[in-house]
Design a protein around this ligand. Structure first.
Ligand code: NAP
Length: 244
């Protein structure tokens, strides 16, 4: 039986690569996006042309009502979600004294509450079937902190705590929860940095290059596979050695 996966933030960057990889692994993939409809539809047609089963769903993950509607629509069409990949995220560079209430609500809302929102919707069906798989994308900044990115780092540290806690809570129900901490990955999220900073980040990476979205998708392949059936509660850093 084909298993249904839902990938949040699948319109661009890492999510796009994850969606492609999960199609290749035989999942029916629901592509969530928020603002980039054209890109989501473009990916959807590319994957259809390759013979894969995919569908797009617009929802702002920070909005629990929109997330609930998305899960209802997915369930009606494809049945319960058996693999949830929480990838949607936004970054934020600012000194702590310059953060506004709006910035705090938005970053925590998308990066942390967004993952809680989707997990709340996915888990009841997973508990009922005594199986399920959740993969949360955090960041190395959530592990080691980052100057002028305290809000983002705090949200991502929250994702790590959420993942470890849920792995314990949900293991008796046959649900695995793992977390991936990407290092510096070459996506639109990096566009806030100028060329010089990007080169510096690449040379600060022991492997001498920025990561690619596919580097992260490969880790998702592992956690989504039967080969990792006994692996839960893990936080896997994929960063070319950056965090040491
Ligand atoms: P990206 O290229 O900027 O893409 C972000 C994705 O998240 C887009 O598909 C975007 O969709 C989606 N998104 C943003 N806000 C959303 C919302 N409210 N609801 C639903 N979707 C939303 O970023 P990326 O580099 O691929 O990042 C993917 C994940 O990896 C994020 O969680 C990020 O924090 C994490 N990460 C990235 C890096 C890096 O260096 N790039 C490092 C560590 C961790 P729309 O455009 O459709 O709104």
């Amino acid at each position: 039986m084909t298993k249904t996966a839902l990938v949040t933030g699948a319109s661009r960057g890492i999510g796009r690569a994850i969606a492609r990889a999960l199609c290749e692994e035989g999942f029916l993939v629901c592509l969530n996006y928020d603002q980039s409809e054209e890109k989501a539809l473009e990916l959807c047609s590319e994957l259809h042309e390759r013979g894969f089963s995919v569908m797009t769903y617009r929802a702002d993950v920070s909005d629990s009502r929109q997330v609930g509607e998305m899960f209802r629509a997915v369930r009606e069409k494809f049945g319960p979600v058996s693999l949830l990949v929480n990838n949607a995220g936004i970054s934020c560079q600012a000194q702590i004294q310059d953060l506004t209430d709006e910035m705090i609500d938005r970053v925590l809302g998308v990066d942390l509450k967004g993952q809680i929102n989707t997990i709340r919707c996915a888990v009841p069906d997973m508990i009922a079937s005594k199986s399920g798989n959740i993969i949360n994308i955090a960041s190395i900044w959530g592990l080691r902190g980052a100057s002028c990115e305290s809000l983002y780092a705090a949200a991502k540290a929250g994702v790590i705590g959420l993942s470890r806690s849920l792995a314990m809570e949900l293991a008796p129900s046959g649900i695995r929860v793992n977390c991936i901490c990407p290092g510096v990955i070459d996506t639109d999220m990096m566009s806030v940095y100028d060329e010089e900073t990007r080169e510096q980040l690449a040379s600060d990476t022991p492997m001498g290059r920025l990561g690619s979205p596919e580097d992260i998708a490969e880790a998702v392949r592992f956690f989504s596979s039967e080969g990792s059936a006994f692996v839960t509660g893990q936080v896997l850093t994929v960063d070319g050695g950056f965090a040491g």
